[in-house]
Design a protein around this ligand. Sequence first.
Ligand code: HEC
Length: 179
Amino acid sequence: MIFPISRQGLQDIAQFLIAGAVVFLVLALVTRYRGGEWRRFAISAGALGLLVIVSYALAFTVAPNIPTPAVPFTARFAQNPTPDTQETIDAGRVVFQANCAICHGPRGLGDGPQAFLLQPRPVNLQLHVPQHAPGELFYWITNGVAGTGMPAWKDTLSDAQRWQVVRYLQALASGKVDR
Ligand code: HEC
């Protein structure tokens, strides 16, 4: 399952709902003032107000965790099968330096020799890795990142190697290793 809309999109929708709720509230007040049947308008305003709350709740909880391009729900929660040990980290380092450093830089800072040729440039992985679930990182490494120079590694690296790299990147980002 893919969450279909970004935070910005949800916030934009909420703005329209707020405008609608205000209009119905004004109509309710006017109708009430004239002694008419105002309940209908008040209920509409309330319903729109409720949708605003739902939109904002989703915009700030679910939506920002789903990056673009979105990672399938099940892939996101995949668990890293490799042990969290120094050996795994070292193995991940070897894979990273051999395959990834050319773009991402030797410490993942986005400053590899090829980075300057890419549009968009690779981000600073030390900042970005902690913001994502391991399953998401694994998914991007496996399938590449659409619309960028990030290649898919599923045919080049084994599952274990891709998970080792995830462990290495997490260790790098958390300061557990410094290169
Ligand atoms: C040809 C250059 C290139 C190579 C080689 C490369 N990448 Fe990337 N990578 C990119 C670009 C460009 C992006 C998209 C911008 C971004 O998100 O950093 C990216 C994105 C990523 C992301 C998503 C980061 C995020 O938070 O958005 C991860 C994780 C990643 N790469 C890991 C790797 C790993 C691990 C390897 C080696 C197995 C690798 N990359 C090899 C260019 C490259």
